[in-house]
Design a protein around this ligand. Structure first.
Ligand code: GDP
Length: 390
């Protein structure tokens, strides 16, 4: 699936950088173009792989390259004001070559949190290609303002994109990790999952004798094309397999049924593990509206029955009739894996909690602001006994 990636804000830019590293190391490249947008000069300079000409600085007139802090309303404003700058970079993309846009942003900050939904709305107005979002939720320990920003950004972004893919930092952080090295590891986890999915849609049918290779249209149909397709989460599980058996074991194998049965059972349990294990956004799989199962790994370990069984299991689990399935053959790899894309999930406790904390944070902020105004008024008030100079 060919994508134009747009990283908005610091997290967005860093994750797009990581996507580029991943993309350059695989055969089925899915990144057609990569752009980074930010209001902070240093964040743009810190990127490694996004081409210089595709790094767009916005908000210079307002914030002079220093960023918007965690003010996402300002992030939205400067994006609107400088949308032509971003469009200038998008104009250099061969849009007819792409299957979709993907806007990546951390939702708890300022630039990406406020700007990503503005850009999504703009792209939807101009292009017919689907516009997807990849939104990163902040950790619960980041504090009220980040939670409030994320909740407001989420509410806005989800309506402007065809589908919002979500990754929750909170579910993926490890104790004792520094913030920097933590993000590096988390970014690799993000890219491994979403990258594998998008690359899966890029296997040419001539590449291998795969029985049912996943097509980009199947990813698009699962995510949806048209506003309001909700949010998605991804699960992934893998297992190391023996390399192509030309050793001792194979000489004892009289038929291929043994391999078939093993491969089928392995894939079925990987699909379960992927679905019931740690998702990019923890959610109840049963609430998914649509789903896609992708079997990855060396072609000799993939079979149609395995994907089919996994697909059927997910159909039962979700009660949805819209569960697609296919292969992503990776010759020479030593792992078999299952990617499960769950789309239109609605039972997501983390979002409920985020919204609850955000509402509380909003009330507290308003109360504090009102009290501060009162306190200030009483501080300078002398009951009419002193005259101001003018
Ligand atoms: P912006 O530059 O104003 O858009 O804000 P940032 O992108 O710096 O931060 C927004 C949020 O993104 C933070 O609250 C973090 O939750 C998250 N974040 C920042 N950097 C990273 C990163 O490298 N990886 C991940 N996964 N999340 C990040």
């Amino acid at each position: 699936m060919k994508l134009a990636l747009i990283g908005f804000g610091q997290a967005g830019g860093k994750i797009v950088d990581e996507f580029l590293a991943y993309d350059s190391a695989i055969d089925n490249s899915f990144v057609e173009a990569a752009i980074a947008v930010n209001s902070a000069t240093t964040d743009l300079q810190g990127l490694d792989r996004v081409p210089q000409k595709n790094r767009v600085l916005i908000g210079q007139a307002r914030v002079k390259g220093h960023g918007v802090g965690a003010d996402n309303e300002l992030g939205a404003e400067v994006t609107e004001a400088d949308i032509d700058e971003i469009q200038g970079a998008i104009d250099r993309i061969q849009v007819h070559e792409i299957d979709a846009f993907l806007i990546v942003s951390g939702m708890g900050g300022g630039t990406g949190s406020g700007g990503a939904p503005v850009l999504a709305q703009h792209l939807k107005r101009i292009y017919t290609e689907p516009v997807y979002g990849l939104g990163i939720l902040p950790g619960t320990d980041e504090g009220g303002i980040y939670t409030l920003n994320a909740a407001r950004s989420f509410k806005t972004f989800v309506h402007e994109v065809d589908n919002l893919l979500v990754f929750d930092n909170d579910a993926w952080r490890s104790a004792g990790e520094s913030v920097g090295s933590g993000y590096d590891r988390i970014n690799r986890e993000i890219v491994e999952r979403f990258g594998l999915l998008f690359a899966a849609g890029e296997v040419g049918h001539g590449d291998h004798v795969a029985e049912s290779v996943v097509d980009s249209s199947e990813i698009i149909n699962t995510l949806g094309n048209g506003n309001g397709n909700g949010i998605s989460t991804i699960g992934y599980a893998s297992e190391v397999v023996e390399p192509e058996s030309d050793g001792l074991l194979s000489s004892f194998r009289s038929e291929t049924e043994f391999d078939e049965g093993t491969a089928t059972n392995r894939m079925t349990s990987l699909v379960r593990k992927a679905t019931l294990g740690r998702l990019t956004l923890p959610a109840d799989a049963a609430s998914a509206d649509r789903g896609l199962v992708v079997a990855t790994g060396p072609p000799e370990h993939l079979n149609r029955k395995g994907v089919e069984r996994g697909r059927q299991w997910l159909e039962d689990e979700t009660g949805s009739m819209e569960i697609r399935g296919g292969d992503y053959p990776l010759p020479g790899e030593d792992e078999v894996g299952a990617i499960v894309l769950l789309s239109g999930v609605t039972d997501v406790p983390r979002i409920d909690q985020l919204q609850q904390v955000a509402i509380e944070a909003q009330e507290t902020t308003e109360n504090v602001r009102a009290r501060a105004q009162d306190d200030f008024a009483s501080l300078v008030d002398t009951g009419g006994e002193l005259d101001a100079l003018f």
